[in-house]
Write a protein that binds this ligand. Structure first.
Ligand SMILES: Cc1ncc(COP(=O)(O)O)c(C=O)c1O
Length: 409
């Protein structure tokens, strides 16, 4: 073919930069967030196991997997907020566990609670808004908010408030940083396992309502709780009951042991339903259909009984750790009310090992036990603490404790 300027020239080949592509094309500042250390250690455990090491891992917060009944047919997209039967079944779960009515139209089914955090943070907060969260805390809250340009206000917590925020701590945060748009709560929390009772939650809700702060309540560990006999809220208190403007987030990952199915949900205040639906329909199109099919089987009496038996196993593993605590000669530990975590200062061990990362590394290399240093959860004081997950079960925990005591000599 001829062109006015003569024969068409072959365009010069596009030159690839010698340096990494990101250096030329740019990587967003909002993606400059740390990786999740737990997942890196899990990778290292897999490598060591493949190399023939017999590692006991108390790292991952993951119960043993729930088997899938039968085989699934290929499935298409569903509605962006999930199938109607599943949204209704989730609403029914609130009736059976907490005795409250939830409109299925306010339930958004998501790709794990992780998917819910992304959608809800986007829908509720603008870049530059301030959102408070407890430290130590689950690192993805901080990292997702940071990636979205939201300003994270860390509330340092310790044993005096059971590692949970209080109205006084929130007031101090506002005095230091300015007004808050949101507060992320987790009860039971990761990494500490501590819970907020009804009175403490009501105090926080009253403060947040008075200061126009939206609460995002992560209830993923509800049901994995170790209540005293007669406890009035044995599964945990859902914020849905106390604050109609709160967003409640939950998941099939922990109580139901369905981590790999990637399914969670949010209960939304009415004003957030349409924005979350719009975001979900662009970001994920729909939550995974086969996982939604399976999740319909989660709310039967048989399923609750099966999962409660598994929680009893966690309770036995927890008792082993609590009983062994004096022998471990570590420092102060958070009360492990729920989830399957034991978070403890290392105390005298720090004199020997320096910090919790060095302790964890030496324990993995010389003692064949994997634990997580607290640095993932608390960038300031986490270098003094470790988190043990007893989701691995009673016999793994017994073996790990024996090895830890031998390692510490
Ligand atoms: C407190 C907390 N929230 C949320 C998640 C995310 O879980 P998923 O995305 O599997 O629902 C985790 C996972 O460990 C967690 O510990």
């Amino acid at each position: 073919m001829m062109t006015p300027g003569g024969p068409l020239k072959t365009p010069p080949a596009r030159r690839l930069p010698a340096s990494p592509v990101g250096a030329q094309l740019g990587v967003s500042a909002r993606s400059e967030i740390p990786a999740f250390e737990v997942m890196q250690i899990t990778d290292e455990v897999a490598r060591r196991r493949a190399a023939g090491h017999d590692i006991v891992s108390l790292c991952a917060g993951e119960p043993s997997a729930r088997p899938a009944p039968g085989t699934f047919q290929p499935a298409g997209y569903t509605g962006p907020l999930g199938t109607t039967p599943l949204r209704e079944a989730i609403a029914g779960h609130y009736r059976s566990w907490y005795g409250i009515d939830v409109d299925p139209g306010t339930v958004a089914v998501t790709t794990g609670s992780s998917g819910a955090f992304q959608l809800v943070f986007l829908a509720a907060f603008d870049p530059g808004d301030r959102v408070a969260l407890a430290s130590p805390g689950y690192p993805a809250y901080r990292n997702i908010l940071t990636a979205l340009g939201v300003q994270v206000v860390e509330i340092p917590t310790g044993p005096e408030t059971r590692y949970q925020p209080t109205p006084e701590l929130l007031a101090a945060a506002v005095a230091a940083h300015g007004p808050l748009a949101g507060l992320v709560l987790a009860s039971p929390a990761n990494p500490t396992g501590t819970m907020l009772g009804r009175a403490a939650l009501t105090g926080l809700v009253d403060w947040c309502v008075a200061h126009s702060v939206r609460i995002i309540s992560d209830e993923i560990y509800h049901g994995i709780t170790f209540p005293e006999a007669g406890e009035p809220d044995p599964r945990g208190v859902t914020l849905r009951e106390l604050d109609p403007e709160a967003v409640v987030i939950n998941s099939f990952s922990k109580y139901w042991g369905m981590t790999g199915w990637r399914l969670g949900w949010a209960i939304l205040p009415q004003a957030l339903v349409a924005p979350v639906e719009a975001l979900a329909s662009n970001f994920a199109l729909s939550p995974p259909a086969p996982a939604q099919e399976l999740a319909l089987t989660a709310f039967t009496p048989e399923s609750y009984a099966e999962r409660d038996a598994i929680v009893s196993g966690f309770a036995r593993a927890r008792t082993l750790i609590l009983d062994a605590a004096p022998q471990l000669e570590w420092g102060a530990a958070a009360p492990s009310d729920g989830a399957f975590y034991y978070y403890s200062e290392l105390g005298p061990q720090l004199e020997r090992f320096g910090d919790s990362s060095s302790y964890a590394r030496a324990l993995l290399e010389r003692g064949d036990v994997a634990v997580v240093p607290g640095t993932d959860f608390d960038p300031v004081a986490g270098n003094r603490a470790v988190r043990l997950s007893y989701a691995a079960g009673e016999s793994a925990v017994a073996e790990a404790l024996e090895r830890i005591l031998k390692f510490q000599g």
